[in-house]
Design a protein around this ligand. Sequence first.
Ligand code: SF4
Length: 356
Amino acid sequence: MEDREISDILIHWYEGNKRDLPWRKTSDPYLIWISEIILQQTRVVQGLEYFNRFTERFPNVAALAGADEDEVMKYWQGLGYYSRARNLHAAARQIMNDFGGVFPRTREEVLSLRGIGDYTAAAICSFAYRLSYAAVDGNVFRVLARLFDIDLPIDGGEGKKYFTALAQSLLDERRPDLFNQAMMEFGALQCVPKSPDCESCPLNGKCLGLSARRVERLPVKNGKTVVKPRYFNYLYVHGQGMTLLSKRMGNDIWRNLYEFPLIETERAVTWEELSGMVVFQELFDGIENIEIVREYVAKKHVLSHRVIFPVFYEIRIDSFSRSMGKYLKVPDDRVGEYAVSRLIQSYLEVRDGLLF
Ligand code: SF4
């Protein structure tokens, strides 16, 4: 099968089927970069909304670099995978410091930015500068595995190298931007993960996976991700018009997002067990009136490598203990201004709707 022929068919298909998306109408590397980072792990419909809001507030590298990290996180709230936002912010500052505020133009320089790997560098360089680098995302892996009937695992080192080289060999060097977009859109809309409509596919006469009847079994993946359970007991403590919050630090999920005081336990615990713990007693040491307003067992919260079993205890107090000094005291009506995880956000929504 002629490489050029496949690429021509894909581009022709793309021109008739592509979705109308703002980042496809620009060659501004900054906007392309933001869209690519947002679209990692995020569906296009949801990503579009965030893209518009984010780029309206931070229209260029300088605006993003000059912003406070808390504000950047707030604009990212609800999207998940928050290291993406932290990296965007850090990379914007890198561009200001190391590249005089001008978005770098070579693949090596683009790759030197925080949070940018091979795929994103290839996407930016091909879309913004029309450089000939194949951008291989999950959609492209799937299309290639099926089209060429390849059962090398796509999540292993060998498979990654192989598929990247294959995509590179198919790339139409006259129009690398269109080729990459076409491949990805084809995977997203036509050669979809489950039950693709092969009958209507313009490549069905050339698809080796289809003729071998192996479409549903491709691509092949190595192992399953181990998902670890975690038990989060949140204490929504408020009194005198103030609510306690803290910023998550350390190398863990939701770093730099805000949350209520948290006691994490090895297993699910009852209120009696929790309130008997030393850490709990120390927190409330010296407070006379503690009123447990409500207990709310939220639905389990599934992340890529973790499943969180959250319980929220709303606790009203009439004074603050000394050990609460390590928390932020935020006026009750300003809690919504802080960037929080989707889990905390849903709790606040439930609380506001009094749907306990
Ligand atoms: S024929 Fe089916 S499996 Fe093959 S490329 Fe087309 S949609 Fe994908």
